[in-house]
Design a binder for this molecule. Sequence first.
Ligand code: TRP
Length: 373
Amino acid sequence: MAENFKVTPWEVKGKVDYDQLVKQFGTRHLTPQLLERLEKHSGKLHFMLRRKIFFSHRDLDWLLDRYEKGEKFVLYTGRGPSGDTHMGHLLPWVLTKWLQDKFDAELYFQLTDDEKFLNSGKLGMEDTHRLSYENALDVIAMGFDPKKTFIFSNQDYGKTMYNLALKTAKLTTFSTAKAVFGFDNSTNIGMVFFPAVQAAPCFLPTELKGKNTPVLIPAAIDQDPYWRITRDAAARLGYYKPAAIHTRFLPGLQGPDAKMSSSVPDSAIFTTDTPEAARKKIMKSFSGGAATLAEHKKHGGNPDTDTSCQYLYQMFEEDDGKVKEIFEQYRSGALGSGEVKNMLADKVVAFLVEHQRKREQARKNLDKFMLKD
Ligand code: TRP
């Protein structure tokens, strides 16, 4: 089958067809029935669920069955510290925080400074380790509960991770790893082992609590290959298979098919950008409007490709009514590209000012969150 897009944990290329990914990865769409069950337990669905920003899952029905029988689940997610945190990284953490609040769930958060050392041409071990702690500040700034949130750098929690990783490593053949992750003969052997390290936290709560504990992973869909090998190993190791809920990607600022990249500053808004810099980036971002203002007024623009419309829809405008109005007016031409960019910029600036204040405060709270061995 001809495919003009590619999604792996290390590469996202082309225009992603999410329905096709569900088929290719063998996951399930989030159904209205599942959303209803989530709503029953949370009061009101989060807009990222209502709008299908989170669109796919594995075993969420199973997880809710357990939950309804009184068995609590824990959350697991993570971040590869290759640079500063951008809005695309924060998106899944927004829903993770909501899940922690609504389901009173613990969160285990892995910082893969080992992975980013192994697959980077230029970052040393000290660099990725330092970035782990910088990125941890962003996690803490999201407002996770210090009593229920456990963040760890793989370098600093290595003994625990290594021993757990061995279990999955032993059950995963090179042939499977090649097929699932696209490894070849030029892949370094650290990376070949690494998937077992990302699998390890799925079993960590069970080990720490001494009883089988359901795990739900909120993450972008590109991480799903890890859960495939983890789930195969889990069944054979006597652990529960982790459940997962998958999000789409936030588009890059330079257009729906352009990827966000830490090495291209204009491709993303970083949590460390000054409000002025963030506003400038948004004003320069890809627009779905017509070529001239006169044409835009006449023919309208396309909110489905416009960066600002999409950022409002996916992340920054909670109010469904407002989003609908913005999209309609943008499509009709009543709302111009500059206006919608300003709307987004106001939201992003307000967010950044608050986030940066909490991020600085987090420096003195790191100890309350970090696990080490
Ligand atoms: N490999 C991920 C990245 O590069 C980081 C990560 C580790 C992760 N564990 C995770 C992401 C669990 C999501 C869920 O960003």
